[in-house]
Structures are given as structure tokens and as C-alpha cells.
Design a protein around this ligand. Structure first.
Ligand code: ADP
Ligand code: MG
Length: 697
């Protein structure tokens, strides 16, 4: 047994009690776990800034000085604590919005502290929100270079397991290791990526001898994490390609020709043509297609789906489209019916609220093959839905579907259908490569001609008068408006109350117009009716929660007000905004927030008012919130726990890891060569079978 498997309680300075806490709090049980509890940053002990040196260009800094006084502002949830801090060259305000009582009790005036954080300028004063503070100690023999800082929890701190203690324990653990730690990558990979040995990387990540060695250690460990993700994907893809035959769509026939010549109401954009060509190529290759189609809101994904489905029909197959909500399914159904009017194609709609009788007829039609195209919601993956010959599946707005649900669709045929997943939430390339692994990606990067970009404004919530005046102007000109309220699950009740109040308020403010209301708790049939009335312009204002977020298409709607916009993520705001600007008129989106918002929020609002590009926004969102919060990743999840790599900032390493993983698998698809045994072992240890699901999307 390797020393890495030793129980940490035997590491000097740990013992049973601390071992218990480490296990429970941060999942560290063994020496190996401990050594992989990487620092989250390093303090350059050799560099302490002076306050007068601070300018906009510095990110995180270390200051040394004293707190001269404390002050609190505001009430209740808005309360904040400010500590005035100086080093004799200037002043900085240290600010806390949370944990105020704890901070007040902990830090004293006139004592010397090392303060670490990110300075921002607010009302012409530098301040650092939620800084880290350590008492300044002038110890003998204190490290002079880079000092590792470790994340700890409140409970750990209560047992004196702070960053400093963690450092000491890790040092003790490292002291137990008498021979170099075994390699975790194969020699060919180490050579190809020019990596430092594992042992040196672990040593330098915790106790960097120089900044250069630290960089190499970081590179090695980041590379390794990303490499195993990519290796797993590469291994799986190779296996899938070997095993899975796909239906051959060898010809283009009547359906597509007729559609193209007679039905298509507009010329396709270049991007649409390119994507259709890519799909054509895939489906004519004999391999099963798994393709992700990304296209910003309004880029025209639906017609691409229709045309590809018609190719399936031309080759004797059925096709289906799955939408995340009944409203969307219904809208698609309407679009399909309209677009395919006069053609000999039977399209049916199947949702949770389809009546029993009708449902039975649809089931029959599917089994006999008389139904050519089925559009629906989750209802479509229920077991009793059986197809005669399902050849092509489209999944719209993919992020709303769970992994297991997709996997079920997969089983609808002896042989897997081709799968096209469409999403308007642009997924940054690095994330797509990591989360969606072996999917091919197509992008519609062009909007149909003649669209005017939505004009986005940011306004404060106390100034509703002029805003409503503006909305009224639009309504009087015959347009329609959305007013959106946030809905966050934990406080659904409260949000509904907001929505109700908002609805009453809007009704009172616009007595001359009809207002409708929609939220997620309404019955599907009710929602559909509300939606139908709005589409028909029987109501002019739609007050709703984010249920209208994806896909809804009402070209006459030209204004959207988003209430409490600070509570939405960037990508979500972008999605919402995509509901307007779908017609020929200039459209507007107004983000409404309180006057007092954090600088982060202000930044996000600015981003929205400045950019209409979904990809730019998605990248920014990923940077701001991290991949864990990004829509789509919650369900699918990044398969391995990333401890040190970050797919946003380490994209260059990710690309390199992907290349090398592909080379390894190309030469040894099953990892059978002796030198690759270590790779296989590591993959298995990391739980590499979690990729099963990537078959379907
Ligand atoms: P999304 O990609 O958001 O799903 P849709 O497929 O709903 O977008 O298309 C948005 C609108 O653009 C629809 O009204 C559609 O008819 C229209 N449209 C799609 N492609 C074109 C095109 N090439 N030229 C003009 N209008 C188009
Ligand atoms: Mg759509």
C-alpha cells in the first residue's frame, strides 16, 4: 500500500479529532487527499503594497497597516461595516456586508494587520470588500517568498485549522514521504506536454521554491486534470464510433425539394445553409450523428430543424422534436403546420395535456408510420410512445432536459436515431468541449437580414413614470410588451406575490389595455390559452415570470421590462431579451434595478446594454459566475471534480490536453499498452464511466 493511502490521523499534528473534521468538512481522509488539497492562492510575502501605489491596474494586493476605526451604515439586510485602514501613505475602507458581528469581535483598532483583497474605487475612495486579514507577525524564519493559502471552513477554523495550520500539516505529511511519489501520467504524455514529475509538482504547489517552479507545478497539475477529462471523452468517442452505426440518409427527395421550392418564405442565411450541409454530411456518412447546434436567439434554428427532419422523411424515417415546455411545443407545432401547409406530411403534437383519445390515435399513427413528425414535451419520452421508424431527433433548448431523459429517447429504436440538440444559450467552446465532450458543434453565427438589434437600457426602479410613458407610446403604436418578474425557486411564494402585485399595478397603470399574466404554476392549458391570446394581440401586455424565457415567438412584441434585473444571470437576461426584436420594428429591453446595486451588478447591466452578442455574454457569464452556475452544467455537470484547472482561464492547457489525449487514443484506443496502464488506472479511479449519457447529446 502506498503512503498516499495512509489515514491522515497519523500525520503529525492531526490526530483523530482533526482527522474527523477534515474528512467531514473537506473530504480529506488520506495523505493523498491532503496533498491534493491545493492552495487557492499564494501571498507574495516579498511584496507589500503601499496604499498610495494602488491604481486601477492592480488586481489583488497585500497591504500592511492598522485599522483606525469601525463604522456601520444602513439597516437590516443593507447593513454594512466599514473599517478605516491606513498604512501612513493613504486610506482604504475595508467593507463587509455579512458576518459583521464576527468581524467586529475579531479585529481590533491600532493593531498591525496584513490585508489581502481586491481594491475597487467607490465614491472616490479605495475600498476592499470582504478582505482577508491576518495579524502581521514578524516571526523569525517566516517564509520570505511565496506562501500558500488554503481554503478552510468555519468549523475548521473553530478547531484552529486555519490556512496556516493546514500548511503545517501538509508540510508534516510531505515529510513522511521518503521516496518520490509515483507518476500519475504515462511517459509519452509527460514527454509530449513537457511536464515536471508529479512529485516535484506536488512539492512546488505547496512549497514553491520560485515563481517559475510554481508555474510549472500548476501547469502540470492543471494539465493532468484536464487531460483525464479529455482522455475519457476520446476513449468513449472512439468506442462509440466503432460500435454505433447510424441510419443512412442517402438521398434528398420530394419533401425537401417541395419545401425548398414552394414553402420556404425567405432565403436561408449563409450560416443556415452551412449548418444544413454539415448535418447532411453527417447523416449520409453511415455513422450516428450527435450534433449540438448553437445559434443566438432569433438566428433561425427552427427552419434548419424542419429541413433536416424532411430529409429524414425523404429517406423513409420519422422525426420528432422535443421542446422543454408546452408553450414551446405548441408554438413549434404551429410553425411546422404553417410551414408545411399543403404538403403531404402529417405532424402531430403530444404533450402532457393531450386528451386520452387523441393520444391513442397519435400512438397508433406513430406505430403504423402514418405520423411523420411528432412534436412534444417530455410526454414524448414516455414508454408507451413507440415509433415505427424514428430516424431523427431534435431537442430544442437542450439545457432544460435532464441527462436521464435524453437517454430514454435514445432507446426509442433498435438503432439510435441521429440527434440534433439546439440551444440558444451559447456555450463557450471550452465548456462545450468539456461538458458535451464528443458532440460535434455547429454554429449559426448570423442573424436573418433586416433585424434591428434590440436596444437595451438600464433604469432605476424609482422612476417608473417615464418608463410607463414609453411603454404606453409603443402600445399606442400597436406593439405589445412583456413585463418580467424573477422567479427563484427557494422563494417561489414570495416571487408569486411579487408577480401578483406587479400584475395589479400594471393593470392599474394601463387601464386602456388588456393585461395577461403567466407563471410556472399555472396549468399547461391555462398557459397555452394566455399565450394564444397574447399571440393574437387580444392582450397587449404580458406580465410573467421567466416561463417565457426560451423560444417564445411573438414578433409584434417590441418592449420588455425586466424587473429586479439584478437577480438574473447574464445569459438568462440575454435569453429574455431575445423575446423582443423578432419583428421588423426597433425593439427595446429595459433592465430595472434598485438604485443601490453592487459594482458587479452595475458591470453586468453595462455588459447587457453594450452587447447583443450571445457568445460574448456567455463568456462573460462564465467568467463571472464560474462554470458550476452556468445553465446546462447543473444537470450535466463537469464530470470530474476540477481542483486546480479552470476551463475559462486555462483554455490553452485544455486544448493541448485534448490534442494529446486524442493522440494517445489514436495509437492505443483501449489503453492496452503497458506504458498506458497508469492512464487506465487513473481513469477508473476517477470514475470514468460517467460518460454513458453523452451518447444522446
Ligand atoms: P431561434 O433560433 O431563436 O429558434 P427561430 O427559428 O424561432 O429562431 O427564428 C426566428 C424568426 O426568424 C422566425 O420568425 C423565423 O421565421 C425567422 N427566420 C428564420 N430564418 C430566417 C431567414 N433566413 N430569413 C428571414 N427570417 C428568418
Ligand atoms: Mg427556437
Amino acid at each position: 500500500m502506498s503512503i498516499l493511502q495512509n489515514d491522515i490521523q497519523y500525520v503529525p499534528g492531526v490526530g483523530p479529532k482533526r482527522a474527523d473534521i477534515l474528512g467531514k468538512e473537506i473530504g480529506v481522509f488520506t495523505v493523498g487527499d491532503l496533498l491534493r488539497w491545493y492552495p487557492y492562492r499564494y501571498i507574495d510575502r516579498s511584496r507589500v503594497y503601499y496604499i498610495h501605489e494602488i491604481d486601477q491596474s492592480v488586481a489583488y494586493i497585500q497591504l500592511k497597516g492598522t485599522i483606525t476605526s469601525f463604522e456601520t451604515f444602513g439597516e437590516g439586510r443593507r447593513r454594512r461595516l466599514v473599517a478605516h485602514f491606513t498604512d501612513g501613505t493613504g486610506f482604504v475602507d475595508l467593507v463587509w456586508f455579512q458576518g459583521i458581528r464576527y468581524i467586529e469581535g475579531k479585529y481590533k483598532v491600532n493593531r498591525e494587520y496584513l490585508v489581502f483583497g481586491k481594491p475597487t474605487l467607490f465614491n472616490n475612495r479605495w475600498n476592499i470588500a470582504h478582505p482577508e486579514i491576518d495579524p502581521f507577525m514578524n516571526e523569525e524564519g517566516a517564509p520570505t517568498g511565496l506562501m500558500a493559502m488554503y481554503n478552510t471552513t468555519e468549523k475548521m477554523k473553530n478547531h484552529y485549522l486555519n490556512s496556516k495550520a493546514m500548511q503545517k500539516i501538509i508540510e508534516n505529511a510531505f515529510g513522511l514521504i521518503k521516496s518520490p511519489l509515483p507518476e500519475t501520467l504515462s511517459p509519452d504524455v509527460i514527454h509530449a506536454a513537457k511536464l515536471m514529475p508529479f512529485h516535484d509538482a506536488i512539492e512546488n504547489i505547496h512549497f514553491p521554491k520560485t515563481a517559475a517552479l510554481l508555474r510549472r507545478a500548476e501547469f502540470r497539475l492543471k494539465f493532468e486534470e484536464l487531460f483525464y477529462i479529455q482522455l475519457n471523452i476520446a476513449r468513449y468517442t472512439a468506442e462509440r464510433k466503432e460500435k454505433l452505426k447510424g441510419f443512412l440518409f442517402s438521398k434528398v427527395g420530394d419533401c425537401l425539394h417541395t419545401f425548398y421550392k414552394r414553402q420556404l418564405p425567405f432565403p436561408l442565411t449563409r450560416a443556415q445553409k452551412r449548418v444544413i450541409k454539415e448535418i447532411r454530411r453527417d447523416t449520409a456518412s453511415g455513422k450516428q450523428m450527435n450534433r449540438l447546434l448553437q445559434g443566438d436567439v432569433g438566428s433561425g434554428k427552427t427552419v434548419v430543424a424542419i429541413m433536416c427532419m424532411l430529409i429524414a422523411l425523404d429517406n423513409g424515417f420519422q422525426a420528432c422534436l422535443m421542446a422543454p415546455t408546452e408553450i414551446l411545443a405548441y408554438q413549434h407545432f404551429e410553425t411546422f403546420r404553417q410551414m408545411l401547409k399543403g404538403m403531404n406530411v402529417r405532424v402531430e403534437l403530444l404533450t402532457g395535456s393531450t386528451r386520452k383519445k387523441e393520444r391513442e390515435q397519435i400512438h397508433e399513427g406513430l406505430q403504423s408510420g402514418e405520423v411523420n413528425i411528432l412534436i412534444g414535451t417530455h410526454a414524448l419520452i414516455e414508454d408507451e410512445v413507440q415509433f415505427h421508424n424514428l430516424g431523427f431527433v431534435v431537442i430544442d433548448e437542450q439545457h432544460r432536459f435532464g441527462v436521464a431523459q435524453r437517454a430514454k429517447l435514445w432507446k426509442k429504436n433498435k438503432q439510435p436515431p441521429h440527434v440534433l440538440v439546439m440551444t440558444a444559450t451559447p456555450i463557450p467552446r471550452t465548456l462545450a468541449m468539456t461538458v458535451y465532450g464528443d458532440l460535434e458543434v455547429s454554429v449559426i453565427d448570423e442573424l436573418p437580414p433586416g433585424r434591428k438589434p434590440v436596444q437595451t437600457l438600464h433604469r432605476y426602479d424609482q422612476k417608473r413614470g417615464p418608463l410607463y410613458q414609453f411603454v404606453r407610446g409603443q402600445l399606442q403604436a400597436g406593439r405589445q410588451a412583456y413585463i418580467v418578474y424573477p422567479l427563484i425557486e427557494e422563494s417561489e411564494k414570495l416571487d408569486l406575490k411579487n408577480l401578483e402585485e406587479g400584475y395589479e399595478h400594471v393593470k392599474a397603470a394601463f387601464p386602456e389595455f388588456s393585461v395577461s399574466k403567466m407563471h410556472g404554476r399555472m396549468k399547461p392549458a391555462e398557459k397555452e390559452e394566455v399565450m394564444r391570446r397574447f399571440v393574437a394581440n387580444e392582450t397587449q401586455i404580458m406580465v410573467s415570470t421567466t416561463v417565457i424565457e426560451v423560444g417564445v415567438n411573438v414578433p409584434n412584441a417590441s418592449v420588455m421590462l425586466i424587473e429586479s434585473a439584478q437577480r438574473f444571470g447574464l445569459s438568462q437576461l440575454h435569453q429574455l431579451r431575445g423575446r423582443v426584436g423578432r419583428g421588423a420594428d426597433q425593439s427595446y429591453c429595459v433592465l430595472i434595478t434598485p438604485y443601490e446595486i453592487s459594482s458587479d451588478t452595475r458591470e453586468r447591466m453595462k455588459m447587457m446594454t453594450e452587447s447583443n452578442d450571445g457568445f460574448v455574454i456567455a463568456e462573460a457569464d462564465l467568467k463571472l459566475r464560474g462554470p458550476g452556475d452556468l445553465e446546462g452544467t447543473q444537470q450535466s455537470g463537469i464530470p470530474f471534480d476540477l481542483r486546480i484547472a479552470d476551463i475559462v482561464h486555462d483554455s490553452a492547457i485544455l486544448y493541448r490536453a485534448r490534442e494529446i489525449a486524442a493522440e494517445v487514443i489514436a495509437g492505443d484506443p483501449r489503453l492496452e499498452q503497458p506504458q498506458h496502464r497508469v492512464l487506465k488506472q487513473q481513469l477508473d479511479r476517477l470514475g470514468g464511466n460517467r460518460y454513458e449519457w453523452s451518447r444522446i447529446s
